[in-house]
Design a protein around this ligand. Structure first.
Ligand code: CUA
Length: 189
């Protein structure tokens, strides 16, 4: 056994205090960075929290109002804007294939008939929760014609992993041609 002197009690306390202070600065710094990220992404609409403004009765969705089956899909409104209405339910979306014009501002209106589902379109920043009783609304645009997958990304029951749909963005002129004859569009075969 060697006889090297141990640091005194007060020295040890100083070291601990210095290390704790340094880690506290790191922790506070992390929180500041994360809050700044949330504010930045929120302001720039790159992150879209679900809107909880409009409510709807999930028990009468299929019988009356905006989300009856014949009103679902993509619609060219009277003012020229394009709205996509979708209902999520265990374990599918209606319509199962969403048809949209590329290069056109779109408004999505989505609600759930039963439990909380997720609404996410691959290769885009569309990402929202879909809650029964609320209409999730978000505005977006598809830059070019392409096909996207739309998996439910909120655990909603035993069939969750099989719950997904497709989104097909097509040429704007082609869409307008279809919209002239059909009031509600989808690419369901
Ligand atoms: Cu619907 Cu998971």
């Amino acid at each position: 056994m060697s006889n090297t002197p141990h640091p005194g009690h007060s020295d040890g306390a100083d070291v601990v205090e210095r290390i704790e202070r340094n880690w506290a600065i790191v922790a506070v710094g992390l929180i500041v960075v994360l809050v700044a990220m949330v504010v930045y992404t929120g302001l720039h609409w790159t992150m879209m929290p679900p809107s909880r403004v409009e409510t709807i009765d999930p028990t009468t969705l299929h019988v009356t109002g905006e989300f009856i089956e014949s009103n679902l899909g993509t619609a060219r409104e009277a003012d020229g804007s394009v709205t996509v209405r979708v209902v999520a339910q265990q374990y599918s979306f209606t319509p199962q294939c969403i048809l949209v014009p590329a290069g056109t501002p779109l408004t999505f209106r989505v609600t759930s008939a039963d439990v909380v589902h997720g609404f996410l379109v691959t290769d885009t920043n569309i990402n929202s929760m879909v809650e029964p009783g609320y209409i999730s609304t978000f505005k977006t645009k598809f830059d070019k014609p392409a096909e996207h997958l739309m998996p439910c990304h909120e655990y909603c029951g035993t069939g969750h992993e099989a719950m997904w749909a497709n989104v097909k963005a097509i040429d704007r002129a082609e869409f307008d041609k279809l919209a002239a004859t059909d009031r509600r569009l989808s690419c369901v075969k």
